[in-house]
Design a protein around this ligand. Structure first.
Ligand SMILES: [Zn+2]
Length: 137
């Protein structure tokens, strides 16, 4: 597996959650491995592009835009969708669209987990970018 250069590291996108190194790099490498498998033909596009309709809709309505083109369809910019899971939040997580909303949750509640997912609303490509613990306690 190719090593990431310094330039690629600084190119890691931020999303709404704080970046975590080296954890973010692990997700980045897993993403690359998935794409490599697909390009070699050992993974079907239906496996890569399995975003549910709700996730695609969230990518459009509350995702953070990126300047990165979708690696699968190469036709559309991917968005970062931030979900927070935890006590008293919906079972499917709460989709967070602003830094202020995230800060309020982070200040108020304990035991929350945030996920940032890269999503292409056009083809359904999705991959985990970042996981972080949030909340007090
Ligand atoms: Zn796409």
């Amino acid at each position: 597996m190719a090593k990431l250069g310094v330039g690629e590291l600084s190119g890691l996108r931020e999303g709404l959650l704080p970046t975590q190194r080296p954890a973010d790099v692990d997700y980045r490498l897993a993403r690359q491995a998935t794409l490599d498998d697909w390009r070699r033909g050992s993974l079907g596009r239906d496996v890569l592009c399995d975003a549910q309709p709700m996730l695609r809709r969230n990518a459009v309505e509350c995702g953070t835009p990126t300047s990165e083109t979708c690696p699968v369809c190469e036709d559309y910019e991917v968005s970062h969708v931030t979900y927070v899971f935890g006590p008293r939040l919906p079972a499917h997580g709460r989709c967070i669209s602003t830094p202020g909303e995230l800060a309020r949750l982070n200040a108020r509640r304990a035991g929350l987990t945030g996920y940032v997912v890269e999503v292409c609303a056009a083809c359904g490509w999705n991959h985990l970018v970042r996981v972080a613990s949030l909340g007090r306690g």
